[in-house]
Design a protein around this ligand. Structure first.
Ligand code: AMP
Ligand code: ZN
Length: 471
């Protein structure tokens, strides 16, 4: 599989450290509010990555954190903890907020067929791991204490900006306006590993540490949780493009300084979902959720298809019109699949040829729009329906668009409608009319037609026989 690696700025052949297992880490949500559909674009594409790796034959162990402490209102270590803001907004405790929005996040994931990672770890579970890393960094001279906080010293690095091919807009996300300079820092890029002093003394969750009672910085969470579950070498790390700087840049700085060797080989970043006024963001308070899409009558699969129709390394513009187009495409696609019937044996050679096209699209840096084209290729293929159904079922392991289930629902509905309108007496009269016509007794045939009409039944003669409907 070829994947674009943001660390090398190239498409590379993906080769895991060990052939037996792909170690994959995903930055999880900050659970102070609902996930918006922009966040969920990132999780959908990461889900496609994981399933494509599995589809290509790899075993995958995927770990995700839940950020329930330490993510401050600005990614540049200032401002209030987002969790505290959420708790205050809703008059609840931080832990209540964390539980509520963690559950809401997974309910959204379920609605969008996003598989749950193998390990999900709340950041507050791993305080001892962070303290150990921070202690080691201080011992190695890579971190220093200042004003009660522990900072990572970026001057000790040969190279700090790893992902320097991003748009200025994306880089600027980490340094939002209104950010005050922290005078404890030796260098402007230094970042907090452990806080004991914050302007916001009412921080709800605090733990004892060698540097006083406090709480971890956001970046150290992902290094600590990843190493706890995946060890010292990571194959692939993913997140939204805004995580590249400063979050992932800082993760690399501290992890490699702690380990003394390279940490992660591939970095996978999903570009943003934008509205026509800019990036969808929780801090502006204007964002769309999966529940809202459902309230408006959209099947969540329509949003998943909308995301799959474009490449993950392109910004995607959301509009209701674009979503309606995806809804129409989804409906037509399902209706076509609903016409397929299990009609015998699967033609293995035809199946393999269809699969090859699908796999090639995914292996080409997850070209999901071409993978969707491969679905249409199945529908157009010159093979029996059983082969087409088998191919679609196989592809849907990765696409997870409920292709077979939704088509099954349509078919069941059609059968129920047919059963509801079945009437043996009318069928008997139609048979008698057909017999009369065959015997050239047209007077009797017309009489039966009139009798049916009087009962509110219209009959339609077709090449496949006589059909009827209520008028
Ligand atoms: P958060 O819950 O804010 O920590 O973000 C969860 C994930 O969503 C991270 O991987 C972010 O990079 C990603 N993300 C944030 N905003 C967007 C957006 N507008 N489009 C796509 N992904 C986003
Ligand atoms: Zn992270």
């Amino acid at each position: 599989m070829y994947l674009y690696n943001s660390a090398s700025h190239k498409r590379e052949l993906f080769t895991p450290n060990s052939p037996d297992i792909v170690k994959m880490y995903t930055c999880g949500p900050t659970v102070y509010h609902f996930a918006h559909i922009g966040n969920l674009r990132t999780y959908i594409m990461e889900d496609i990555l994981e399933k494509s790796l599995r589809y290509a034959g790899y075993n995958v162990k995927r770990v995700m954190n839940i950020t329930d402490v330490g993510h401050l209102a600005s990614d540049a270590d200032t401002g209030e903890d987002k969790m505290l803001k959420g708790a205050r907004r809703e008059n609840k405790t931080v832990m209540e907020i964390a539980q509520y929005y963690t559950d809401a996040f997974f309910a959204d994931c379920d609605a969008l067929n996003i598989k749950r990672p193998d390990v999900v770890e709340p950041a507050t579970n791993c305080i001892a791991e962070y303290i150990h890393i921070v202690e080691t960094l201080i011992e190695k001279g890579k971190a220093y204490l200042a004003g009660g906080n522990v900072y990572f010293d970026t001057a000790t690095l040969d190279k700090y900006y790893v992902f320097n091919d991003h748009d200025e807009d994306d880089l600027a996300v980490g340094v939002r306006e209104g950010v005050e300079e922290d005078t404890n820092k030796r260098n402007k890029n230094d970042f907090v590993l452990w806080f004991t002093k914050s302007k916001f003394e009412d921080q709800a969750l605090k733990w004892d540490s060698p540097w006083g009672v406090g709480y971890p910085g956001w970046h150290i969470e992902c290094s600590g949780i990843s190493m706890k579950h995946l060890g010292e070498d990571l194959d692939i790390h993913c997140g939204g493009i805004d995580n590249a700087f400063p979050h992932h840049t800082n993760e690399i700085a501290q992890s490699e300084s702690y380990l003394g060797h390279k940490w992660c080989n591939y970095w996978f970043h999903v570009h943003h979902l934008n509205t026509d006024t800019g990036k969808m963001s929780k801090s502006t308070g204007e964002f769309l959720t999966v529940s809202l899409l459902k309230e408006k009558g959209y099947n969540p699969m329509v949003y998943r298809l909308f995301c799959l129709q474009s490449h993950y390394r392109r910004n995607l513009v959301f509009s209701w019109e674009n979503l309606d187009n995806a809804a129409a495409t989804y409906e037509k696609l399902i209706a076509r699949i609903a016409t397929l019937k299990e009609d015998g044996e699967v033609d293995q050679a035809a199946f393999d040829a269809l699969k090859e096209r699908f796999l090639t699209s995914l292996n080409n840096d997850l070209n999901t729009s071409l993978a969707i084209t491969a679905v249409y290729d199945v529908l157009k293929a010159k093979c029996n329906d059983a082969t087409k159904l088998a191919a679609l079922k196989d592809f849907d392991y990765v696409l997870s668009l409920n292709l077979i289930e939704e088509a099954g629902k349509i078919r069941k509905q059609q059968e129920e409608e047919a059963a509801a309108s079945a009437d043996p007496e009318i069928d008997g009269l139609i048979e008698a009319r057909t017999a009369a016509k065959k015997a050239r007794n047209f007077a009797e045939a017309d009489r039966i037609r009139d009798e049916l009409k009087a009962r509110g039944i219209e009959i339609i003669d077709t090449p496949q026989g006589t059909k009827w409907k209520r008028i």
